[in-house]
Every structure is written in structure tokens, then in C-alpha cells.
Design a protein around this ligand. Structure first.
Ligand SMILES: [Zn+2]
Length: 117
């Protein structure tokens, strides 16, 4: 077993418990790929063969149990953010100042336009 491999019994438990958040499909072992490990936490990408959704899952593995954490991040977003430092007070202040000074239409900075009022 290499260092980033998840214990097989825990992996089987995770596969048995995790369902696609969009369509409810039960994943098979082949649908879940380990992306990385930090301490006793593993990051995994789950690819749903039914609806083609991709999800990012975290599992915290302890001696007797695996705890699953679901993420709103897509796997590629996690790859972009995982090595960034945590959000700090200065980041919040900078965002606050940006929003106070912003004089445009928020539709310009959102991925999806706001619904009409
Ligand atoms: Zn699905």
C-alpha cells in the first residue's frame, strides 16, 4: 500500500455509503478516485456514470470509522484552492472595500446572471 492509499475496508465503506448528490445513484469503486491525502483526511473525486456529475468528497478516517464530508467545490476548483492559505482578516477587509466601491451590475461579476426582480 502506498502512502496515499486509503485502507481498503474504509474505501469499501465509503463506496457503500456515498450516493450522487444530484441523482442518488450509488457509486461503484471505479467511480471514486483518490486525489490526495493530508494526515488522516483523504480527498476523492466521484464521477457519476448516470448523470455525469462530478463531486469532491473528503473522508476523515479514524481507527474505527470513516467520516464523510461533502464539498460544494468541483474537483478542479479544489485543485486550484487546496494549497492556498486560509482566508484571513485582510482578505475579508479587501473584499468589503471592493464591494463598497463597486458601482456596476452584479451580473457582470457572477457566473450566472441574477434572476429578474
Ligand atoms: Zn448522478
Amino acid at each position: 500500500m502506498n502512502d496515499s492509499a486509503i485502507p481498503p475496508a474504509m474505501f469499501r465503506e465509503i463506496v457503500a455509503r456515498v450516493r450522487c448528490a444530484l441523482c442518488g445513484h450509488h457509486f461503484r469503486a471505479n467511480d471514486i478516485q483518490v486525489l490526495g491525502r493530508r494526515g488522516n483526511a483523504w480527498a476523492m473525486r466521484a464521477h457519476c456514470p448516470m448523470c455525469r456529475a462530478q463531486a469532491l468528497l473528503f473522508a476523515v478516517v479514524e481507527p474505527r470509522a470513516a467520516h464523510m464530508l461533502y464539498s460544494d467545490l468541483a474537483p478542479d476548483e479544489w485543485a486550484r484552492f487546496k494549497d492556498r492559505p486560509p482566508i484571513a482578516t485582510d482578505d475579508v477587509i479587501a473584499f468589503h472595500q471592493f464591494i463598497r466601491a463597486y458601482d456596476g451590475d452584479f451580473s457582470e461579476i457572477l457566473d450566472e446572471p441574477l434572476p429578474p426582480e
